[in-house]
Design a protein around this ligand. Structure first.
Ligand code: SME
Length: 170
C-alpha cells in the first residue's frame, strides 16, 4: 500500500517534472490543481488565485463545481487575509470564521497558502474540504512546499519574466 507520505513525495516529484516540462506557466498551474485534487481525497476543491492590482483573480481550479468568487479583494475573506499577510491560513471550521466567503454548501474547512515571487505575494493555493478540520501541519508544510515550486510559474503567468527564457523551467 502507498502511504500518505509516499503520495506527497510522489506529488512533489510530479510537480517538479511539470514545472520543468510544460511549455507555458498556465499549463503548469492547471496540471498542478488537477494533481492535487485527484491525489488527495480531502482536497475537495483546489484553486489558484493570482494577484491583479488589489484583487485576487481565480486563475485555475479543479473540483466538482465552479465558484462564484472569481475576483476577491485583498483583505476580504480567508483568501484575502492570506494575501494581505503573506501567511498561510488554516480554518478548521468555516462556519466559525466570520471572514469566510461561502462558495460551496458542502465545505467544512479550508486552507489558503500564499505564493511569493521576489518577496511579494503573487498568488495563492486555496483548498476547500468537505471534511471538518481536514488540514493539519503536514498539509500546511506540504502545500507551502508546492507554493514555493509555483513561484516561477506564477511570476511568469503575471508577465514578470518570459517562461523558458531565463532557464527557470528548463
Ligand atoms: N472561501 C474563500 C473564497 C474562495 S472559495 O473557497 C473557492 C474565502 O473565504 O476567501
Amino acid at each position: 500500500m502507498t502511504s500518505a507520505t509516499d503520495i506527497r513525495r510522489g506529488t512533489l516529484d510530479a510537480i517538479d517534472r511539470i514545472v520543468h516540462a510544460e511549455a507555458t506557466p498556465d499549463a503548469v498551474l492547471q496540471r498542478t490543481v488537477e494533481l492535487l485534487h485527484n491525489r488527495f481525497e480531502h482536497y475537495s476543491w483546489v484553486g489558484i488565485y493570482l494577484v491583479e492590482g488589489d484583487d485576487l483573480v481565480l486563475s485555475h481550479w479543479q473540483g466538482p463545481e465552479a465558484t462564484e468568487h472569481v475576483r476577491i479583494p485583498i483583505g476580504t475573506g480567508i483568501c484575502g487575509a492570506a494575501a494581505a499577510t503573506g501567511k498561510t491560513e488554516v480554518v478548521r471550521d468555516v462556519s466559525d470564521d466570520s471572514r469566510y466567503l461561502a462558495c460551496f454548501p458542502s465545505t467544512r474547512s479550508e486552507i489558503v497558502v500564499p505564493i511569493h515571487f521576489n518577496g511579494e505575494v503573487v498568488g495563492e493555493i486555496d483548498i476547500d474540504s468537505d471534511l471538518p478540520a481536514a488540514f493539519d501541519e503536514i498539509d500546511r508544510r506540504f502545500l507551502e512546499h508546492v507554493a514555493r515550486m509555483l513561484s516561477s510559474p506564477c511570476g511568469a503567468a503575471l508577465g514578470r519574466f518570459a517562461w523558458g527564457a531565463d532557464g527557470a523551467n528548463r
